[in-house]
Design a protein around this ligand. Structure first.
Ligand code: CP
Ligand code: NVA
Length: 311
């Protein structure tokens, strides 16, 4: 496997390897410190980012390389150069390419033409780096993944999709509660259901938050309006998603030892109450910190050709 574009491209062994490597890099941050010596990793960000941009830059630096951030106005893409030409040229100087943009098809085109690994740093459809850090966080907290239910509430977008795919691949139980019209794509639900059957994890997609939260070890949510969603959708989304807000009442219906997770950035009073995200059961800053070893693990695994994509 040359690239990491979406979690569903990974085999279960690949995901487990990424989690082991993430834990290793968490313990010994500068192991493999010369893997990328004298090499650059361009990081193209067409959307804003705090965690992904900085953790990935830090990961490249810890692996001995130099991250170079480039925005849409700095490359020739805006002036008509094709993605394929850009990929070929970038690949001549770079060890890998990190990209955050809108359309998954653009990242697929880039990966196809690039002779080096391409890492999806968030698209409209996926957020694989986040999901690896999320499972690392669950594993650190509970000591295991299997036997735990992760329950997600709100918009079934990129973060929900990658989380659902990763949890199912890891054999966890997963429940996604969204309003009508906000569920993850059918293809993602089918992937999770198939993995769940294969690995013994229960997969539930429902419109009922009470059903999803039952027996949950992890209660997870994401923003109601994602980057790239039209601003004039804000009010409609807020109305549809309000019943899926994570508040103290919802947390009380999860397991007694349940934790709260959020990819961040968060909006207190919208998708989560301040009491929950700033409370004792919140793991959000541990999660954010784990983005760094997870990014190191993904880059390391791709650069040393450790992932094979076998189911
Ligand atoms: N969670 C996450 O990806 O955050 P950023 O958008 O700040 O990178
Ligand atoms: N769903 C959000 C995640 C941000 C990390 C977005 O795409 O904006």
């Amino acid at each position: 496997m040359k690239d990491l574009l979406r979690i569903a491209d990974l085999g279960s062994d690949d995901l487990m390897l990424l989690l082991r490597l993430s834990a290793d890099f968490h313990r010994v941050p500068d192991s493999a410190h010369d893997l990328l010596a004298h090499q650059i990793v361009p990081m193209y960000f067409a959307k804003p980012s705090t965690r992904t941009r900085l953790s990935t830059a830090a990961a490249v630096t810890r692996l001995g390389g130099t991250p170079i951030a480039v925005g849409p106005d700095e490359l020739q893409l805006r002036r008509g150069e094709t993605i394929a030409d850009t990929a070929r040229v970038m690949g001549a100087y770079s060890a890998a390419i990190v990209i955050r943009t809108y359309a998954d098809a653009d990242v697929a085109d880039l990966a196809e033409a690039a002779p080096v690994p391409v890492v999806n740093a968030l698209t409209d459809g996926h957020h694989p780096l986040q999901a690896v850090a999320d499972l690392l966080t669950v594993q650190q907290h509970f000591g295991s993944l299997r036997g735990h239910r992760v329950a997600y509430f709100g918009d079934g977008g990129n973060v929900a999709r990658s989380l659902m795919e990763a949890a199912a691949l890891a054999g966890m139980d997963v429940a996604i509660a969204t309003p009508p019209g906000y569920a993850p794509p059918e293809e993602a639900v089918a992937f999770a259901a198939a993995e769940g059957r294969r690995r013994g994890g229960a997969v539930l997609v429902t419109e009922d938050p009470a059903e999803a939260v039952k027996d949950a070890s992890v209660v997870y949510t994401d923003v109601w309006l994602s980057m790239g969603d039209a601003d004039d959708e804000r009010a409609r989304r807020a109305e549809a998603l309000a019943p899926y807000r994570v508040d103290e009442r919802l947390m009380a219906r999860a397991r007694d030892d349940a934790v709260f997770m959020h990819c961040l950035p968060a909006h207190r009073g919208q998708e989560v109450t301040a009491g929950v995200i700033d409370g004792a059961r919140s793991l959000v800053f541990q999660q954010a910190a784990n983005r760094l070893p997870a990014a190191q693990a993904v880059l390391f695994a791709l650069l040393t050709e450790r992932l094979d994509g076998r189911p």
